[in-house]
Each structure stands twice: as structure tokens, then as C-alpha cells.
Design a binder for this molecule. Sequence first.
Ligand code: B12
Ligand code: SF4
Ligand code: SF4
Length: 330
Amino acid sequence: MKKPKKSFVCPRIIVIMLKSILDDFCREHKVGDYAYTEKLQAQTYERFEHWVQLGYSAELKYLQDHRKSMRENLKKYFPDAQSALVFLFPYQKHKSEKNTAGFLSGFSDEDYHFILGKKLQLLGESLQASLPGLEFKLALDMHPVLDRDLAYRAGLGFFGKNSMLIHPKLGSFFMIGSLILSQCLEHEQREVMQEFCGKCEACLKSCPTQALVAPKILDAKKCVSYFTLEVFKEGVAPKGAENGNYFLGCDTCQDVCPWNKKHLRRSEQNRWETYFSRPLSVLIEEIQNHSNKTYQAFFKRTGFERMGKRGMLKNLNLIQERLKKREPRD
Ligand code: B12
Ligand code: SF4
Ligand code: SF4
């Protein structure tokens, strides 16, 4: 009996197929840039460890417990890791008076973790179809990976003095999402990028709370972003927060960055910006009228779900107090 012919796929064909899968993905999902790396070891892990030791990670337990050392090497998170594909997802940066940080509403109405997570998952699955035996894991913010370091060592940008990863063409208004792969690909690898801040210190000077305690070093305890997005109950706002423009997240140290100037534009408000542009008293009353359950249902799958009703009211009440203080007295 004749043996069935083994189908043989020449590696060159695989290379072409992978390239076309990746190109389609980037086009379809408006990826700003992507790169491939086989560097599994984080290059700035010691700086991160030192930062935690100095107490700059505030109450962010996931940076302090057993998940801390997992960030040193991709193998500690995914033992089969051999390489990674790192993607930059730019978000539209709207300029509005009532400021919520761009990443919260920049990916249509949903929390970026859902939207980008789904996209990366599907990409991983289509790579599996071309590369038998491929396993992968996602790295998207909440996974124990130093995302900026991974993008940095993949050659996608440099660390600015505001500690953001800055891409020379895209600036810093993007989220980083990666696929960690159990195989190496035939793909070019880029050089690590030099820093291009020069003498500029605009971010250090503009931070309302002086949370950037030195170039590239942020003290989360003083940061408006931390206080408004990571503290879910009433608390004392960092000194100077009353001079800031933001009440959910903070983009000040990016707004002033020359690498971002061309990416700031006035454009139509999206759903959440319109929602938060209403008078403060109306917003507070409406949110107070929610039970915890209806709050969760109303903000389901958005960047505002996680902070809960209590955390949201904490931020809104703070601006209200601030505005009251500014009102002229009789
Ligand atoms: C914890 C955290 C926070 C904390 C602490 C921020 C911080 N700077 O660490 C808080 C809540 C304050 C925060 C705020 C924001 N965050 Co945040 N956050 C994270 C998270 C989960 C971990 C970051 C971390 O490990 N920090 C540890 C410190 C030590 O890292 P680092 O500040 O980046 O410091 C590095 C450099 O400074 C470098 N370094 C220091 N000195 C030197 C010297 C040289 C020569 C070199 C080469 C490097 C170097 O080494 C350090 C270690 O890697 C990551 C997701 C992830 N899994 O990585 C997202 C992440 C960093 N956040 C992100 C975003 C978008 C934000 C906000 C813009 C959100 C907002 N608008 O409110 C702000 C930005 C504030 C800022 N200026 O950093 C993005 C950043 C994208 C980008 N372009 O860089 C990330 C990567 C999420 C993602 N997957 O896209 N965040
Ligand atoms: S996010 Fe805001 S508070 Fe935090 S370091 Fe930047 S400017 Fe300062
Ligand atoms: S504002 Fe200036 S110093 Fe800060 S990150 Fe941008 S270029 Fe660097």
C-alpha cells in the first residue's frame, strides 16, 4: 500500500505566513509599532527592585509579593518562554477640560485590558495554527512582567525622564501588550534605543505633586494617577494634587512632553468624556444613587469598574472640595 505523502512546509513559507499574519494584525488593530525579541532577562530589574525597596511602590502589593521576582526574567512567568512579540497600541489622546487620562477612554468605551487582551489572544491562536506546538502567554499590564523593559529591550523606545516608554514616532500615548512565545521565530531583532530627553525637564517641572523625584523615578505615593486609580477608598490626596488637572488617572507629565506634542489633538468627545463633562454635582448625585451593584453594572468592562463606587466618589468629592475652596467668599 502506498504511504500517504507527508506534507512538507518549507520554513521560508512559514516566515512569509507569519509576516502576513503580523502585518494583517497590525493593520486591522491599528498597532503603532511592534518588535520581536529573544531577550528574556529584564535589563532594568535591579532598578525596579531598588525602587520597591525605597517604598516608591506604595501599597501596590503585586509589585512586592512573590510576583516581584517573577518580573526578572520571562521564564519565571512562563518557563517555556523563548521569545516575545511586543506591540504598541496607541490611544487617541483627546484634550478636554474635565480631564480623565487618555488610556481610560482611548480604546472606545471598554477597558483596554479586555479589548487588547482579546486581540492578543486571537493573534496567539492564529500563530498556533501556523506553528504546531506553539504555546504562548499574554503580558498586558496585570501580568508579572516589566512591560516597559520588555518593549525597551525589543528596541521600541527609550525611558523618558517621566519614566514613560517613549517611541520616537508615536510619543508615549500607547499601551504595551505582548505575546510571550515558547518558540523562536525567524524575525529580525532591533537594537536597544538611546535616551533622547537631552536637557529637557518639562515633565519633572510640570508634575503637580513632584512625584517624579528624580529623572525616571516616580514615587507612586505622591502620584495623582496612583491616588485616583489605585486607592479605592477615602484617603489623603498627595500634596499639590489640588493644582492638577486630572481626576481619573493623570497625563500631565506626558502632555508637556515634546515627543507627544503632535499626538495631542482636539477631537470629538467619546461616550465617557461626554459623561464626565456634565456638572460635578449631577455626577456625584447620580453615582451616589447607584448601589455598589448597579455601579458595577453601569461601568462594566470599563476602566472605571475597578475603582468601585467608593473610589470614584472619593475622586469626585475631592474636586468638589477643591472647587469650593477656589470660590470667592463674600
Ligand atoms: C505600577 C504601575 C503604575 C504605578 C507606578 C508607575 C511607575 N512609573 O512605575 C502608577 C499607578 C503610578 C502608574 C501610573 C501610570 N501608568 Co502604569 N503601570 C504600572 C505597571 C503595572 C508596573 C510598572 C512598574 O513595574 N513600575 C516599577 C518602576 C520601577 O518602573 P518604571 O517607573 O517604569 O521605572 C523603570 C525606568 O525608570 C527604568 N530606569 C530607571 N533609571 C534608568 C536609567 C537607565 C539608564 C535606563 C535605561 C532605565 C532606567 O528602570 C525602571 C524599571 O524598569 C505597568 C504594567 C507592567 N506590568 O509593567 C503599568 C504601565 C507602566 N503604566 C502605564 C500607563 C499608561 C500609566 C499612566 C500613563 C496611566 C495614567 N494616565 O494615569 C501613568 C503614568 C505615570 C508615569 N509617569 O509613570 C503603561 C505605560 C506605557 C508607556 N508608554 O510607558 C504600562 C506599561 C501599562 C501597559 N502595559 O501599557 N502605573
Ligand atoms: S502621572 Fe501626574 S502626578 Fe504622576 S508623575 Fe506624572 S504628572 Fe506627576
Ligand atoms: S518632557 Fe522632556 S524630559 Fe520629560 S520625558 Fe519628555 S523629553 Fe524627556
